[in-house]
Design a protein around this ligand. Structure first.
Ligand SMILES: Nc1ncnc2c1ncn2[C@@H]1O[C@H](COP(=O)(O)OP(=O)(O)OP(=O)(O)O)[C@@H](O)[C@H]1O
Ligand SMILES: [Mg+2]
Length: 280
């Protein structure tokens, strides 16, 4: 991103405190008026202070992960928040988009009381424009939370995502709902993975094995399975991720592993896409 030699301005990020020249891509009026842009700049600067100038000459490939399933209560918002924190801790510049009218993650962000992981409620009509702005601004990872129903928001998120994660509890209703979501994603030709969530602590139970087999048969179960743990509920209540609430806990370990699995999966997709393009 080329920077123009204008008078440096104080960065709007509370903890950055630096003065930056403005990017040619970020218009004056954007910096002054758009809350989205201000949130992006905060995220970028807090993730790595001075990044606005570091963006110069670099090309970014922003990745978009959407949590989708037509089943309410399967853990989309819970996983989205803790995953966002775990990814940010590895140096990703993360932005969360909350497309659920319940606005669970907007509330989570308000409870968090920190500007480091911005959350914006965005409806289907504005999603594309918002994603384009985020990509230009140097965000490396967008996590989208969606409603637990078939809706225009879910459809828009599915269409925009590089990878959709379908969380499912190991019970028949969630597995049936996963099948419906899978069909929608197949029709859109979108990559997806299933994630077993809220598994009982003794993971060897027949119910878990059956759930895992069913999801594998439908295509791609990502590891690890996520266990039902109080840490997930407590972290959400305090506006935290599990890796912040109890960094040495089992839930924190699961979330770090989950982010690594998803990161690998995203990288694999990118390589396959690139080699497919070369072969074509
Ligand atoms: N791994 C977990 N361990 C313990 N509790 C969990 C876990 N995952 C989710 N929960 C709890 O399950 C409930 C539903 O989770 P959540 O709100 O994240 O689901 P959702 O898919 O976002 O629901 P909706 O579709 O209504 O938005 C919450 O009370 C949450 O705390
Ligand atoms: Mg939710």
């Amino acid at each position: 991103m080329a920077l123009i030699g204008m008078k440096p301005e104080r960065c709007p990020a509370q903890r950055c405190g630096k003065r930056h020249t403005r990017s040619t891509n970020v218009q004056n009026s954007d910096l002054r008026l758009s809350p989205l842009i201000r949130k992006v700049i905060r995220a970028v600067c807090i993730a790595s202070p001075g990044t606005l100038t570091h963006l110069e000459g670099k090309t970014f490939r922003m990745r978009i992960v959407a949590l989708v399933t037509q089943k309410g209560g399967s853990g989309k918002s819970t996983i989205a928040s803790s995953l966002a924190v775990a990814a940010a801790e590895t140096g990703e510049r993360v932005f969360i988009i909350d497309m659920d009218p319940q606005q669970s993650l907007v509330r989570w962000f308000k409870t968090r009381n920190e500007a480091d992981l911005p959350v914006e409620a965005i409806g289907a009509p504005k999603l594309k424009t918002a994603l384009a702005t985020l990509e230009k601004s140097g965000i490396s990872l967008v996590i989208i939370d969606t409603p637990g129903t078939d809706s225009p928001a879910t459809d828009a998120a599915m269409r925009s995502a590089d990878l959709c994660v379908i969380p499912a509890r190991p019970n028949a209703f969630d597995l049936w709902a996963s099948e419906t979501t899978r069909k929608s994603l197949k029709a859109l030709n979108k990559p997806f993975v299933f994630l077993l969530n809220q598994c009982p602590p003794s993971q060897q139970s027949a119910r878990i094995e059956e759930g895992a087999k069913a999801l594998e048969a439908m295509g791609g179960l990502i590891t690890p399975m996520i266990t039902q743990r109080v840490d997930y509920q407590e972290a959400a209540r305090h506006g935290l991720g599990v890796t912040e609430l109890a960094p040495n806990g089992y839930a924190a370990d699961e979330m770090r592993k989950l982010w690594l699995s998803l990161k690998r999966r995203l990288a694999k997709q990118k390589t396959e896409k690139a080699s497919g393009r070369k072969a074509a």
